[in-house]
Design a protein around this ligand. Structure first.
Ligand SMILES: Nc1ncnc2c1ncn2[C@@H]1O[C@H](COP(=O)(O)OP(=O)(O)OP(=O)(O)O)[C@@H](O)[C@H]1O
Ligand SMILES: [Mg+2]
Length: 316
């Protein structure tokens, strides 16, 4: 069931259309990733969903409530961790998080337990009485993320969960986001880290210049790139020209590059399904294989493919 529906959701800032007739549904319980180059409109979309800014056109329904007509009801279901933490600079993380927990309606025992847990998990326990003012960028971001982990909202919106955070911290936050999902939250995240999106998201949407380019599971998006997979083969002997031509005729093989006479790179679709056919082909042609390596396209390839495409089209 869709927990969020965006219908022609649009935001204009003067002449600039930051979000352009976005139509998307987000299913209850999924982790949904928003991707797109800087300025694509990710943050603007999220800020409309959390009712911080108003749409210029179109609408969004959050948990059954229209964000323009019943913003208060929609807001009750949502927690957000902002891209740029707007923390109270004079406060300590201890104060910020206890205050947040109180506003979210947690009981005093829940508050005590969750604030302690979040501070410990995010390695902030030792610094809990320091002023946030003296914190590094990554530490501030941790406090911002802690807010949502303490709140455990029905819909958690996280804008760039791990920018500025070190690799150990990233892994911790990724695990905590997964736990939040397991506890029943629907999670929407915007990120510029494709690895993060791939790791966490059930589905991702790629935006570009305010428009939705594509939306699907990371696996399906990777499969959608024609010739996106590749198999690299090193043979015991040189491959004759005729063999290369025959190889190209195998269904789903898109291109064959001869790197060296005995070293081939085969571009194809869904390589895992035709790998047996490829090895059999070389056995039949009496060309023993020395080594074979298969690799899948990453979400980086998908991103470059879709965003690159539109840039080219725009130039045309
Ligand atoms: N308050 C505002 N006033 C005017 N223009 C704005 C405002 N907020 C955003 N924009 C513009 O809207 C466009 C989309 O910005 P947005 O912050 O949504 O992008 P983003 O996809 O989150 O990018 P990033 O990856 O850099 O976080 C940009 O061109 C930005 O300059
Ligand atoms: Mg942003």
């Amino acid at each position: 069931m869709a927990i969020i529906q965006m219908i022609d959701l649009t935001k204009k800032f003067g002449k600039l259309t930051a979000v352009d007739h976005l139509n998307l549904s987000i299913e209850e319980g999924e982790i949904f990733g928003f991707l797109g180059p800087n300025g694509a409109g990710k943050t603007t979309t999220l800020l409309m969903l959390v009712t911080v800014i108003k749409p210029t056109e179109g609408k969004a329904i959050v948990g059954g409530y229209d964000i323009t007509r019943e913003p208060d009801k929609a807001r009750q279901l949502i927690g957000i961790a902002f891209q740029d933490p707007k923390l109270m600079w004079v406060m300590t993380p201890w104060e910020v998080l206890n205050w947040h927990a109180k506003v979210c309606g947690l009981t005093s025992s829940e508050r005590k337990e969750r604030v302690r847990w979040a501070l410990t998990e995010l390695d902030l326990w030792g610094d809990r009485y320091k002023s946030v003012h003296a914190f590094s960028g990554g530490m501030r971001k941790r406090v911002e993320i802690a807010k949502i982990l303490i709140q455990r909202p029905k819909i958690a919106i996280i804008d760039e969960p791990t920018t500025q955070i070190d690799i150990v911290g990233k892994h911790k936050i990724w695990n905590m986001i997964r736990e939040l999902k397991d506890e029943g939250s629907t999670i929407i995240l915007a990120t510029n880290e494709l690895y993060e999106a791939d790791l966490l998201s059930d589905r991702v949407a790629i935006m570009h210049r305010g428009k939705l380019l594509v939306c699907d599971s990371p696996k399906k998006l990777k499969d959608s790139i024609v010739g996106g997979d590749l198999i690299e083969i090193i043979l015991e002997k040189e491959a004759p020209k005729i063999t290369i031509e025959e190889l190209k005729n195998i269904n789903r093989v898109v291109e064959v590059l001869v790197l060296k006479p005995n070293h081939l790179r085969i571009y194809l679709n869904r390589a895992e399904e035709i790998l047996p056919q490829i090895t059999e082909f070389f056995i039949k042609t009496h060309l023993p294989i020395r080594s074979i390596r298969m690799s899948e396209p990453s979400l980086d390839d998908v991103f470059a493919h879709y965003t690159g495409l539109t840039i080219e089209e725009a130039e045309k």
